[in-house]
Design a protein around this ligand. Structure first.
Ligand code: FAD
Length: 468
């Protein structure tokens, strides 16, 4: 059977990993076909992830700041929320970026084929369009960038519209009176921030002993303290065992200390994680190994067990983050173009865009302890930062961890306003091999929140004199 289309490179999936790989490969002279099941390219991140959530979080931030401003002597009154306009702002941001991406694909002559792709052999993918028509694409190389999907707990009544996953929640169907967020990780807590600012009463239930289990406890504490007073309940060490739809609401059963046996909510958001799509693309027909969970293992050049087939992004493993996917996409494209590229990033930063934000990179203290790494720590509370006080953002802290033997930076965590922006300096310092003295001798502009990295390093060094 002759293929309908033949190309040097097929990229399966157009998320941040896929489109970055496609664009980079095209820039390096490759003929590229990008397969995407949905009409818009950009994947989860652009359409139902990073970008729409950040548009809504900005709305939430403005509402929160306006409320908090009353204590500075300026009262704005109760917000008058037009949900249609809030949704429109979010869609407008997403729309601008998807149109931009299509333009960038066109400029590079990256051919977008819409439909669901499955391998039929080690050199062919069959794409089924929405109308059922099929075409076969033959490739010399392939990059699998098919991402991940929401993990669905089996006992949850998903057919009830009051039960939402993150994609449903981003649609802002309404502002419920009482909402349960199942999962106290980044996605659950970001959506809780949005719905709370818009007026919902929030209860969070988390299976682990603490919110955002991957981060150090002291970095999560400012967030926990802040939301403890604002949310109706936060149940830790607790699981939801059943959700029963009734006319009055969703009756949720809990198992855990401190939680009631049942409680009734108007809506439930389930945000317990994401599952990779490696089991849904007939990878086996190409000889590509995917594990039982759907992850596709790769080497440090993003190569699968089949040498001409690569994989990137959420489908290759944790952390499931857009900036990891884009970086991996570039590596895969460059390797295919004959460059000696490798994935050797020293760290991939994590950020929760909550109120306050929580960001961390490199080793956590928990990891250092578990791995027996001797470290020096410097922590600077934002209550001692003039800029933080001026911005009413004193509920933050900056922490740096240095290798005890070499003095090199090995980790950092920041909680507070704009922590997600501030952590980038620590990432650069780690990549450059900076040590305690590099960080404490670097003159930072005053008064800024970025100074807190400088001060925390001085604390570790024993030279900190700054409280202002
Ligand atoms: P994806 O973005 O998952 O894209 C895969 C694409 O492949 C999709 O478009 C899918 O339709 C397509 N596809 C899959 N299978 C097929 C097939 N067989 N045929 C054709 N097309 C197919 N990350 C951050 O770094 N920062 C954030 O702030 C952030 N916020 C998030 C908020 C939410 C609510 C969610 C859900 C996620 C968030 N993430 C965030 C995670 C981020 O979205 C993912 O890590 C990122 O999108 C992964 O990129 P990817 O390229 O691996 O795949």
């Amino acid at each position: 059977l002759s293929p309908d289309l033949e190309t040097e490179l097929v990229v399966l999936g157009s998320g941040p990993g896929g489109y970055t790989a496609a664009f980079r490969a095209a820039d390096l002279g490759k003929k590229v076909v990008l397969i995407e099941r949905y009409p818009n390219i950009g994947g989860v991140c652009l359409n139902v992830g990073c970008i729409p959530s950040k548009a809504l979080l900005h709305t939430a931030e403005v509402i929160n700041e306006a409320k908090e401003f009353a204590k500075h002597g300026v009262k704005f009154g109760e917000p008058d929320i037009d949900l249609d306009a809030v949704r429109a702002h979010k869609s407008d941001v997403v729309g601008k970026l998807t149109v931009g991406l299509k333009g960038l694909a066109k400029q590079r002559k990256v051919q977008i084929v819409q439909g669901y792709g499955r391998f039929t052999s080690a050199h062919t993918v069959e794409v089924t369009a929405d109308d059922g028509s099929k075409q076969t694409i033959k490739f010399a190389n392939c990059i699998i960038a098919a991402g991940s999907r929401v993990t669905k707990l089996p006992f949850i009544p998903w057919d009830d519209p009051r039960v939402m996953d993150s994609t449903d929640a981003l649609e802002l169907p309404e502002i419920p009176k009482r909402m349960l967020v199942v999962g106290g990780g980044i996605i659950g807590l970001e959506m809780a921030t949005v719905y709370h600012a818009l007026g919902a009463s929030i209860t969070v239930v988390e299976l682990s002993p603490g919110l955002m289990p991957g981060a150090d406890r002291d970095i999560v504490k400012p967030l926990h303290n802040q939301i403890k007073g604002m949310y109706e309940n936060i149940y830790l060490n607790t699981k939801v065992t059943a959700i029963t739809p009734t006319a009055e609401g969703l009756v949720c059963a809990f198992e855990g200390k401190g939680a009631p046996a049942t409680d009734t909510f108007d809506r439930v958001l389930v945000a317990i994680g994401r599952s990779p799509n490696g089991g849904l693309i007939d990878a086996g027909k190409a000889g590509v190994f995917a594990d039982t969970r759907g992850f596709i293992p790769v080497d440090n050049q993003m190569r699968t067990n089949v040498p001409h087939i690569f994989a990137i992004g959420d489908i290759v493993g944790q952390p499931m983050l857009a900036h990891k996917a884009t970086h991996e996409g570039k590596v895969a494209a460059e390797v295919i173009a004959g460059h000696k590229a490798y994935f050797d990033a020293k760290t991939i930063p994590s950020v929760a865009y909550t109120n306050p934000e929580v960001a961390w990179m490199g080793k956590t203290e928990e990891q250092c302890k578990a791995e027996g790494i001797a470290y020096e720590k410097g922590a600077f509370p934002w209550a001692a930062s003039g800029r933080a006080l001026a911005m009413d953002a004193s509920n933050g802290m900056t922490k740096v961890l240095f290798d005890k033997a070499t003095g090199q930076l090995i980790g950092a965590g920041i909680a507070g306003k704009n922590a997600g922006e501030l952590i980038a300096e620590a990432v650069l310092a780690l990549e450059m091999g900076a040590d305690m003295h590099d960080m404490s001798l670097t003159i930072h502009p005053h008064p800024t929140l970025s100074e807190t990295l400088n001060f925390a390093s001085e604390v570790a060094e024993g030279t900190c004199t700054d409280i202002y």
